[in-house]
Design a protein around this ligand. Sequence first.
Ligand SMILES: CC(=O)N[C@H]1[C@@H](OP(=O)(O)O)O[C@H](CO)[C@@H](O)[C@@H]1O
Ligand SMILES: [Mg+2]
Length: 542
Amino acid sequence: MDFEALKKYSALHPKPAGLTLQYGTAGFRSKAEQLDHVMFRMGLLAALRSRATGSTIGVMVTASHNPEEDNGVKLVDPLGEMLHPSWEEYATQLANAEEQELQKTLTEICQKAAVNQQKDASVFLGRDTRPSSKKLSQAVVDGVSVLGSQYHDYGLVTTPQLHYMVCCQNTRGQYGKPTLEGYYQKLSKAFMELINKSPGSGEGQRHLKIDCANGIGALKLSEMQPYLPKEVLIHIYNDGTKEKLNHLCGADFVKVHQKPPKGLDMKPNERCCSFDGDADRIVYYYTDTAGHFHLIDGDKIATLISIFLKELLAKVGQTLKMAVVQTAYANGSSTRYLEETLQVPVHCVKTGVKHLHHKAQEFDVGVYFEANGHGTVLFSKAAENTIRQLAKEEKDDAKKEAAKVLENLIDLINQTVGDAISDMLVIEAILALKGLTLHQWDAFYTDFPNRLLKVQVADRQVIETTDAERRAVTPPGLQEKIDALVKKYKFSRAFVRPSGTEDVVRIYAEADTQENADALAHEVSLAVYHLAGGRGAPPQPL
Ligand SMILES: CC(=O)N[C@H]1[C@@H](OP(=O)(O)O)O[C@H](CO)[C@@H](O)[C@@H]1O
Ligand SMILES: [Mg+2]
């Protein structure tokens, strides 16, 4: 390591003394002006991680659905997964080391992680459309370069596109070509083959209105449009030319507020969906003829995909084990429908994509979605091989046909991470093949009334949880209080946990009616406020 150069470059990206940040659920997130040193240091860390794994590592500059003034960064591991938890700790140490400790911290990480400094390193970079992203990604380049690593800067890409590139590169093209064109071609080919099998194919156009949250999704979707068949007409809204990123729009806004985004006019029964700011989440929705808004969230997306996969797996007649992975935020009604009606095993894990992804890897076919619309499907290597072989060699026509559909799905789904573009195409294909309207899809089950709130406390880490975050272990008395409150309402449940991306405690409640869900959420938020060091004025009823 050239410590002189390191010192010189680090001085160009000074750490504000005393500032500490943590590599959380989705990497570092903060106000953009606090992040220059973090970016430089994540460039350093990516180079080390690349040497430690002998693979290309990704660095994505984005703060997803957070306000335009924020930014963030996360590292992408060799197969396109989230950074390994053992390295999250290194990331936090490196980001928080004061200037004079930087060299020592780096050396320690190299020792602990057995990094061979002689090895070549390679890093892929991507960024979203935030005004601050370009400069911050230049800081990453400085970090990568000062440690003598190669890099390829993809510039403006969606988060899942960067994950895809990393996976393609490290599988030597097996997963696809590590270019945007390769991504568009792979997905559109699989999509086209699926759509051609739909009964209504050739029968006029299917319209879909897409709110792109004024983010990167708009750019990348319009790039992809020429690759898509004429039958699917996508209309892009909130393309970032007029309004601010994520402002009153996008998947997170629609999910949290359960109402349409600004900037998209909806006529009754029109198919609409929203991406988030870096296009790794998607939710669908429509208004009915009476003007009521209907949200189709990640839970319902997981259900649609599971129904379709289950039917296909039954047709190919293989004993492939399928499961759905959710978090505690999944609506209880979806869990019940999946388990009882569909008879699909459901697993609950901690919030954060990495936890869902990890669990889903245990099955031949693992479907995972967060209620907020982040999710994908993972196929084990063995399952994929079986399916591809059946698609090629199976004698029974019906089985072969089902295997081919599964094969197309494998190619259409971005298995590295949730991907709004890929998920949208999967959903559009399934709806076309099954001849379903949004109304029919929405009617699979009815969500239990629910409410998500947040409360500010002095130190959110005073809340520790267990049982996939469904129970609070500390502070003393909090869980007992929640249990007592839950008992007051029918069909209710509630839990609290510290957010990994915001300085807040999140409260979730379900009950038999919306009023009760709201009341329970409010009472639980008061309990958090009083028992966990609430800040500012006590929470007010809704
Ligand atoms: C309730 C909720 O939606 N939480 C989100 C949010 O995490 P928190 O740790 O709750 O802040 O952001 C994460 C990253 O995007 C996402 O994975 C997660 O689902
Ligand atoms: Mg996102």
